[in-house]
Design a protein around this ligand. Structure first.
Ligand code: PGA
Length: 250
């Protein structure tokens, strides 16, 4: 059976290290079923303390971003080497909230390379701004994936893709993507990857869904959409809600 990934993206929450530790302690008590890999991605300043807590519950650690540089005079950046020294194994790269701050495809590619250089797994986020025009939304996702052509096939095999339709993310989202729509985009992403790789290699790349995931809809994205996991924002800030998601995947 393939591993199912659940990635908790805490974003810029919680506000204090005390609250972060509290949340981590309750997440640490969650029983993670066999075959599920839970990856907690706290804000940078909390990674070390949260890591200590969540490891007790067998969660893994991820970061929400990473520097495109390995080492040097880059004020404010956090390198993949620094992250791996804290036990961080995954890095979210190209989240739409970072793209909205000006992060472009070429920078995202450098971040993927830096992540791979240190032996971490990049989780590349792709997703369209709106769903009104199906041709345009597919083209947007294809363009975001096209940066992978710059990597070796061996490196592409190490990547996780998270399909996150921007219109389905956050408290302002009208609704999550339907599992049927997510399924259709998952198949399209696999087609784009198969054109870049071989069909066999493409099948090894996990594709996750993100955008308003809750305990109620989580399993539909696996069972109906055929995703290999989930990227969870808001619901990962509440241990009960996150546990409901994890347990629904059994
Ligand atoms: P959400 O966020 O679950 O709060 O919609 C998902 C994400 O942005 O990763």
């Amino acid at each position: 059976m393939n591993t199912l990934y659940v990635v908790a993206n805490w974003k810029e929450y919680p506000e204090t290290s005390k609250d972060a530790k509290k949340l981590a302690t309750s997440l640490g008590k969650i029983k993670i079923p066999k075959g599920v890999s839970s990856i907690i991605c706290p804000p940078f300043p909390f990674i070390a303390s949260v890591g200590q807590e969540v490891k007790k519950g067998k969660h893994l650690l991820g970061s929400q971003d990473v520097s495109p540089f390995i080492v040097g005079a880059y004020t404010g950046e956090v390198s993949s080497k620094q992250l791996t020294s804290l036990g961080v194994k995954y890095a979210i790269v190209g989240h739409s909230e970072r793209r909205a701050l000006g992060e472009a495809d070429n920078l995202i590619l450098e971040k993927i390379k830096a992540t791979l250089f240190s032996g971490m797994t990049p989780i590349l986020c792709v997703g369209e701004h709106d769903r009104e025009n199906s041709v345009a939304s597919h083209e947007e996702v294809r363009r975001e994936l096209s940066i992978l052509a710059d990597l070796s096939k061996k490196d592409i095999e190490k990547i996780i893709i998270a399909y996150e339709p921007i219109w389905a993310i956050g408290a302002k989202a009208k609704n999550p993507a339907s599992p049927e729509d997510a399924r259709e985009m998952r198949i399209y992403i696999q087609k784009v990857l198969a054109d870049m790789l071989t069909e066999k290699v493409m099948r090894t790349i996990p594709i996750l869904y993100g955008g308003s995931v809750t305990g109620k809809n989580a399993n539909d994205y696996i069972a109906v959409a055929g995703m290999q996991g989930l990227l969870v924002g808001r619901a990962s800030l509440d241990a009960k809600g996150y546990n409901a998601i994890i347990q629904s995947l059994k």
